[in-house]
Design a protein around this ligand. Structure first.
Ligand code: SAM
Length: 570
């Protein structure tokens, strides 16, 4: 046995000695001679059509959610690229939309078109546990504080199904950028992506969220089988330093949870110091916190064990653990906490006690070219909001809605256009950055603006707020709205006026991904029957692949240009 591995095992034996039987260790070590299993989560946010009903929140608890396992496995069994894999998808016991990747698909799964269309997300199966325990429901306000690269946020967004709101944050800018891209690809639209220290968010959003996922940075012992570099990384780290950081993050996250709200704390490491010990200390300081039992379809699933009764605290055994020898996942710890009364932060965290919301609702309008905030208005005054373009051209709120309505009438199906009209008037908050238009849906007001910014608040780095709808381009005879790629990913077949309807076998999407050009002749056979294409004018047609919105095509007299983001090309 390799010396490093031996040293890891003996450190772990010290940590777990009081809690496991002697026969645990031979089985644990034997698991490291086995190959880890890859897994994926079917992304029902994309894989199920976003109907007008769902958009306006009248069907948030969708059929797919009630029979998620069936809907997800039907998707896999029917997808054309997986025809040779029919019925080979073994379900992840604790995740209705999770499946192990069959050996036959191991090399191809990360390269297939379904992956590039955001129809599934590759995720280690034990990492699916926390978001399934959290079980976000329609209209929940949810935070995922240590969110990059975004596996758990993607699942939460699918569970919210376009309702409520989701804040996904990561302290690392490079990782937050990956998080943003992953969420964009997954067609997530009801969320904000932030790059902030949790300390700052705790000041701004006290007692705000219904549900929180806190998947803390940890020593990563559960990653060692999958990733050999994780062993050296683990040995270079001091688990006690991690447990201090985790305790601090838990206190901060807790202060942003509403009374009655629920928080899942999770790690992908085995030692008790970063798991039960952190929760035990937290429970001692927070009488308003209780450990909740986890629903039996998860806690009794194959491969799941109860957490350990650290220092004889049996409440902790309602938490869950996954070990690699149980055959189903690499390693995870998760516990579900409920906040029973108002927040009472521990002094020693140095965090504010009883801090209050500081900011009234507002909308910011930022001109990145001028590199400063040029206007900030209260949300209540949104109707008077002026959107200023760097060209000097001014759009008032009415002009902006006119542009969007003109676009939706010209390009979206009548049912979908009506749903968007309803939503735009329900959430009439927009932000213009340069010429890019973001639509702020039902999101908390998190960005301190101009004069309202208090001296003791650093400014937050917001990577995205709501959905990037598109760009507003100025022409001699007025402005035009150019839809974004994110917008294309919200759409499905038969939801637009102009559609280039393809199958995988047609190869059009493949050409786009490879950066190759298209001609009118190539796409001509795939025009939808919904409307004849008017080739004289420039129009936007949605390219669909097997019914899923893949990207916009700008079609003018004799040219076709794909609006697929250049920086996403392979
Ligand atoms: C275990 S990873 C999260 C994995 C993620 N939940 C997922 O499922 O894709 C922990 C993350 O916490 C972030 N992090 C570390 N310290 C943080 C802090 N003070 N505030 C916010 N995020 C932090 C790290 O950058 C890292 O991306």
């Amino acid at each position: 046995m390799d010396l490093d591995f031996q040293s890891f095992i003996s450190q772990l034996q010290n940590s777990l000695a009081a809690y496991v039987e002697p026969n645990f260790w031979p089985q644990f070590q034997a698991a490291y001679r086995e190959k880890p299993l890859r897994a994926l989560r079917v992304n029902m946010l994309r894989a199920a059509a976003c109907t007008p009903d769902k958009l306006i929140g009248q069907a948030a608890d969708s059929v797919e959610k009630k029979d998620l396992r069936k809907a997800a496995s039907d998707f896999l069994n029917n997808w054309p690229e997986f025809q040779n894999l029919k019925n080979l998808w073994r379900p992840v016991p604790w995740a209705q939309d999770g499946f192990y990747v069959p050996e036959e698909a191991a090399d191809f799964i990360g390269k297939c078109q379904a992956y590039k269309l955001g129809l599934f997300y590759l995720q280690e199966s034990s990492a699916m546990l926390p978001a399934n325990i959290l079980s976000a429901a329609a209209n929940d306000k949810v935070a995922d504080y240590c969110a990059a690269p975004g596996g758990k946020s993607g699942k939460i967004a699918a569970d919210l199904s376009g309702s409520g709101c989701l804040i996904s944050n990561d302290i690392s800018l490079s990782r937050a950028k990956i998080l943003l891209r992953n969420l964009n690809e997954a067609g997530v639209w009801h969320n904000s992506v932030l790059n902030a220290d949790l300390e700052e968010l705790a000041r701004l959003l006290p007692d705000y969220f219904d549900k929180i996922i806190l998947d803390v940075p940890c020593s990563g012992e559960g990653m060692i089988r999958k990733d050999k570099k994780a062993l050296a990384a683990r040995l270079a780290k001091d688990v006690n330093e991690f447990s201090r950081l985790q305790y601090r993050l838990l206190n901060l996250a807790w202060s942003t949870l509403k009374a009655g709200g629920r928080l899942v704390y999770s790690t992908c490491t085995f030692n008790v110091q970063e798991n039960e010990a952190v929760i035990n200390e937290f429970l001692e300081k927070h009488r308003e916190a209780t450990v909740l039992p986890i629903k039996s379809e998860i806690s009794k699933a194959a491969g799941i064990r109860p957490a350990f009764a650290y220092t004889h605290n049996s409440a902790l055994t309602a938490g869950l653990r996954i070990f690699p020898q149980d055959g189903y996942g690499e390693g995870h710890f998760a516990v579900l906490l409920q906040k029973n009364t108002g927040c009472n932060l521990d002094d020693s965290t140095g965090s504010p006690i009883g801090s209050k919301p500081v900011y009234a609702p507002f909308v910011t309008v930022v001109d990145l070219n001028k590199k400063n905030i040029i206007s900030a208005k209260k949300r209540q005054a949104a109707a008077n909001l002026k959107l200023t373009r760097d060209s000097g051209l001014q759009l008032n709120y009415q002009q902006l809605t006119d542009l969007l309505q003109k676009f939706s009438a010209a390009y979206l199906s009548p049912e979908l256009a009506a749903a968007y009209r309803q939503l735009w008037s329900r959430y009439p908050y927009f932000k213009l950055i340069g010429d890019s238009l973001e639509w702020l849906i039902d999101l908390p007001e998190i960005q301190p603006a101009g004069a309202e910014k208090r001296k003791d608040h650093k400014s937050l780095h917001v990577l995205s707020e709501g959905i990037w709808l598109g760009q507003i381009k100025a022409f001699k005879n007025g402005c035009k709205f150019v839809p974004s790629h994110n917008f294309a990913l919200l759409l499905h077949s038969n939801q637009t006026v102009y559609e280039v309807k393809t199958t995988l076998a047609d190869g059009i999407y493949d050409r786009i991904l490879q950066g190759q050009s298209l001609t009118i002749d190539m796409i001509q056979p795939f025009y939808s029957q919904r409307n004849d294409l008017e080739l004289k004018n420039s129009i936007y047609a949605l390219l669909t692949v097997e019914g899923y919105g893949a990207c916009w095509l700008q079609i003018a007299a004799n040219t076709v240009k794909s609006l697929y983001p250049r920086n996403w090309l392979q």
